[in-house]
Design a protein around this ligand. Sequence first.
Ligand SMILES: Nc1ncnc2c1ncn2[C@@H]1O[C@H](COP(=O)(O)OP(=O)(O)O)[C@@H](O)[C@H]1O
Ligand SMILES: [Mg+2]
Length: 307
Amino acid sequence: MTERLLILAGGYSKEKEISLKTAKSVYSELLKEKKYKLKILNPDGQFIKVLRKYNPDIVLNLLHGRYGEDGYIQSILETERVKYTHSGVLASSLAIDKEISKLIFIKNKILTPKYFKYKSNNFSNKKKLLQHINKSLGFPIVIKPLNEGSSVNVYICKKNNFLRNLKKLKEYGEILIEKYIPGREIQVAILSGKILGAIELKPKRKFYDYEAKYNPKAKTEHLIPVALTRAQYKRITNIALKAHKILKCRGVTRSDFRFFKGKFYLLETNTQPGMTSLSLVPEIAKFNNITFKNLIKKILEDASINK
Ligand SMILES: Nc1ncnc2c1ncn2[C@@H]1O[C@H](COP(=O)(O)OP(=O)(O)O)[C@@H](O)[C@H]1O
Ligand SMILES: [Mg+2]
């Protein structure tokens, strides 16, 4: 029996291009299987109309960022009673918000970098802001939007370039100012409520920024298996599994960590992790003998709606 799949890609976020690229590689993989009827859709104003007309068995959500990863599209799919992949409404909304998810991590004793939320109008002047940073966090710090992805508008700042970088984020009403954690960058994938594996990133650039993530010329090294003791590996993967569970995620997630002085700091849990050929979850899957196609099939198996 053929299954009708509607692949959602594109969207309105800053990660639109990445999502479209992902959809193409997923489409060509699934096409090799005769069992699917496939359609790629960029959900715009006509979305619900096209959805109803095509009447898919499953929606494969390959969107990233706002609208696609934050519970918005998920709530439309719930209302339309169509099964869809990845996390549901609540988990998506919680995980996309870096502040809310950090509060949940802290409440559940998961270590995350110290931070405060900054609104452009909640410090009377820049001197007070600098004083507050010096007192509460200390430089260097990381400034980042609350709900962006792909390292878009994430800046590591020293005291001398902080105010200049801060201006670059003025389009956001609120941002996070976080303590910079040196050390190693390790990411952990969870699939269907189980640990899939971990990978370490060694960027040649200053940090794992947009270029380091998506431009092969940036030559970020991917290290798998990750050089950790068995106990450390168990610890980091179990933190990722715990984060996946407490945020009530479904399907696949990828949690981003910094590892410094024997401690794992959870930066965030991504509910719509990248799936391009350079992406990490497919690489972790491959290392564990799960082909790209089988990874997608497993994600499809987890598709559901709220009962
Ligand atoms: N507190 C931090 N300390 C050190 N590096 C950080 C910190 N926050 C972010 N980074 C770097 O920036 C990257 C992107 O930050 P992250 O919080 O994961 O946001 P995004 O949603 O854009 O991926 C991380 O993978 C890491 O390399
Ligand atoms: Mg990240």
